[in-house]
Design a protein around this ligand. Structure first.
Ligand code: SF4
Ligand code: SF4
Length: 288
């Protein structure tokens, strides 16, 4: 089982469309060590992967101890990070928000972090969030991915306007360049399929596992910094208390709400063949 832990919503940057800004005030305190251990105890025996997300998880004062603690228990640890800083203990995998790598403001610091992760044999995923104006960065995104990435994760920068073909073509061009260079690349979120031409869509479905349907509900969960409030995905704030999951699986607990969201339909989708064929429910549920 995989759980995502958000130890803090604090972050030194202010990236476009980042969800963490809106949660910072609700969860103003960081996760305590006691709550971290209580989350671990709650899932002990079922857990084989933990991913720390944020905010900026590296800013959490117990991140080094937590990585060490979990690694000593044989649990694989991933950290989602802005790449501006590096932990002292090494996780198995880092997922770096790589848009900032393409601008001169932060790239030196980030490259330094990535090089340290590589020296320590940490798997590196670069994540690109793609908007209408991304075309000018495509060449550089391929160059840095060739040099540093074990994997690349791609997503439109949400919210994305349905039928916004420019976003689709930027995502497609980057994906094609990465695949031509034999870099394993995946579209990581449900995407409105109408932002692509038919050929682009077929290519991305085949080569990057792209889907129009959100994979929720799953049996993974996101735990907030208070250590007790949980949600099904970091983008989707359907809050429950960890204790409510004692007698039910996570999937079971969220099934109805997620299905209701999938069935909610906007006028753009009403006549769409993808919607009728249940191949697309409007992309990422948090933004449809
Ligand atoms: S279901 Fe909606 S978002 Fe998906 S392809 Fe059709 S119109 Fe676009
Ligand atoms: S709601 Fe969006 S981000 Fe969350 S799992 Fe679904 S597609 Fe992914």
């Amino acid at each position: 089982m995989l759980i995502y832990i958000i130890p803090t919503y604090e972050c030194g940057l202010n990236c476009k469309s980042c969800y963490s800004q809106k949660y910072k005030e609700i969860y103003s305190e960081c996760l305590t060590w006691e709550m971290f251990i209580s989350i671990y105890n709650r899932f002990e025996g079922k857990l084989n992967r933990v991913a720390f997300i944020g905010g900026e998880a590296i800013k959490w004062k117990f991140i080094n101890e937590a990585i060490l603690f979990l690694s000593n228990k044989g649990i694989k640890v991933s950290v989602f990070t802005n790449g501006m800083d590096i932990s002292r203990t090494m996780p198995d995998h880092v997922i770096i928000n790589a848009n900032n790598l393409l601008t001169e403001f932060h790239s030196d610091l980030m490259i330094n972090s990535i090089e340290q992760y590589k020296v320590n044999r940490v798997k590196v995923t670069l994540r690109f969030n793609i908007d209408k104006s991304f075309e000018k960065y495509i060449g550089n995104a391929i160059v840095v991915s060739k040099k540093y990435a074990d994997f690349v994760s791609l997503s439109p920068l949400f919210p994305v306007k349905y039928s916004e073909k420019k976003v689709g073509s930027n995502l497609f061009m980057l994906a094609q360049g990465l695949i031509d260079n034999k870099i394993t690349s995946r579209v990581s979120r449900a995407v409105p399929l109408c932002i692509f031409t038919e050929n682009q869509r077929i290519y991305l479905e085949k080569n990057c596992n792209m889907r129009g349907v959100c994979s929720l509900p799953t049996n993974s969960i996101v735990v907030n910094p208070d250590g007790v409030s949980v949600q099904p995905c970091v983008e989707l704030s359907i809050i429950k208390k960890l204790d409510s999951l004692i007698n039910k699986s996570i999937k079971e607990e969220y099934r109805c709400e997620i299905q209701t969201l999938k069935n909610e339909i906007s006028c753009e989708c009403a006549e769409c063949a993808f919607y009728k064929g249940r191949k697309c429910f409007g992309g990422c549920l948090a933004y449809k």
